[in-house]
Write a protein that binds this ligand. Structure first.
Ligand code: HEC
Ligand code: HEC
Length: 326
């Protein structure tokens, strides 16, 4: 019965597609224009969803643009979106030096000539167009857990970026990547991996995974995450102008965010929607956490992350965010 329903659905979709294709050929027909407009509208929605994810959840535009650390949390510099070239070296646990790549549609130095499938393979499985395994600081292990719709909407959006001909240097790694990090499986053909919003905890886990919070908030030892300290903070970012340790965001009330209400958590993010909160040079009290970009996340998505964080084991792990100040 189920498979019959499915084939009926497919038939229906095929019919609707054919109908709209036929109609859009005939522009004199009022109905056709409606359908063409509806199609344009749905493409616009897909691109908007991709933009939302790339700028405010999955942070593509954080690492693949240049950040201005003369402002709090280093918001991306306008005009650099997607051009790549940010350096990630040994201080961040990279065995060598890697650079975020140019992901604008430039056909020479960007990904203008890549097919959608090639981009999706790089973003979700860490395999570049030439077959190289990407270093997992590019958070493809997380993006592998995103729904197809979300991933393709990001691809649709990055195709609309202004082409930038920035040539990114070649990475230098001391270990062969394909041996250290076996590539991941293709995206699940089941597109329903995105939980329904009615289950805020599950949906929050999905959003948090898409947002890569774990990579900064879980400490690492010899290139591996210490899962017994999941979300308990303690990674140190030693930047040129400041040094900051990631916070404990488990529900521990003494050393984590156990005493924070949902409203406090939401307000902490919403605070950075106001330019006054970040457009001053914070000097040594800066943060690696891209607060200004995350501030653009929907209230609902932020609250869902909070609900999910509440379900984690409380871990006692005292953090000094700025030890050199005390
Ligand atoms: C934490 C930083 C970071 C984030 C966030 C990030 N990337 Fe990357 N990305 C990198 C780095 C670094 C590389 C290069 C890795 C290497 O050379 O091994 C890379 C490589 C890539 C590549 C391969 C390009 C090539 O020439 O091989 C693509 C495509 C890409 N990223 C797209 C994205 C998209 C889309 C997103 C958001 C969904 C994203 N990245 C988020 C850091 C990041
Ligand atoms: C690039 C690294 C990075 C990423 C990604 C990141 N954080 Fe952070 N986060 C930090 C650092 C560093 C601090 C400590 C300095 C500060 O308060 O900004 C911090 C602080 C926080 C705090 C404040 C806790 C306190 O005690 O004041 C919260 C809440 C938080 N992060 C939640 C999140 C969530 C949720 C995500 C994912 C949506 C996330 N972070 C992603 C680096 C990161």
């Amino acid at each position: 019965m189920k498979s019959r329903q499915l084939s009926l659905t497919i038939l229906l979709i095929a019919f609707v597609t054919l109908f709209s294709a036929l109609n859009s050929c005939n522009n004199n027909d009022g109905g056709g224009t409606d359908i063409a407009a509806a199609n344009a509208d749905s493409i616009k929605k897909v691109v908007e969803r991709g933009k939302y994810l790339a700028h405010h959840v999955s942070m593509c535009m954080d690492c693949h643009s240049h950040r201005d650390f003369n402002q709090f949390s280093g918001p991306p510099i306008e005009g650099t979106e997607g051009m790549g070239g940010e350096i990630f070296g040994e201080k961040l646990g990279v065995p060598g030096t890697i650079f975020s790549r140019n992901i604008t549609p430039d056909t020479v130095n960007g990904i203008g000539n890549w097919s959608d499938e090639e981009i999706v393979r790089a973003v979700t499985r860490g395999i570049s167009r030439n077959g190289d395994t990407l270093f997992p600081l590019m958070p493809y292990p997380h993006y592998n857990g995103m729904s197809k719709d979300d991933i393709y909407s990001i691809v649709a959006y990055i195709r609309t970026l202004k082409p930038n001909n920035n040539k990114v240097p070649v990475r230098k790694l001391f270990i062969p990547m394909s041996m250290a990090y076996p590539p991941l499986q293709s995206l699940s053909p089941d597109d329903n991996i995105k939980p329904d919003v009615s289950d805020m905890v599950k949906y929050g886990a999905y959003v948090m995974n898409s947002a890569g919070c774990m990579d900064c908030h879980t400490p690492m030892d010899k290139g591996q995450f210490v899962m017994s300290k999941y979300m308990a903070g303690g990674r140190v970012f030693d930047m040129e102008t400041f040094k900051v340790t990631t916070a404990n965001i488990t529900p521990d009330s003494a050393t984590g965010i156990g005493s924070w209400t949902e409203a406090m958590f939401l307000d902490k993010f919403k605070n950075y929607r106001d330019a006054a909160a970040y457009k001053t040079n914070p000097g040594k009290l800066n943060s690696m956490m891209p607060w200004v970009m995350y501030a653009g996340m929907d209230d609902f998505d932020i609250k869902s992350i909070y609900r999910y964080l509440r379900t984690l084991p409380a871990i006692n792990n005292k953090i000094e965010k700025y030890p050199q100040q005390n």
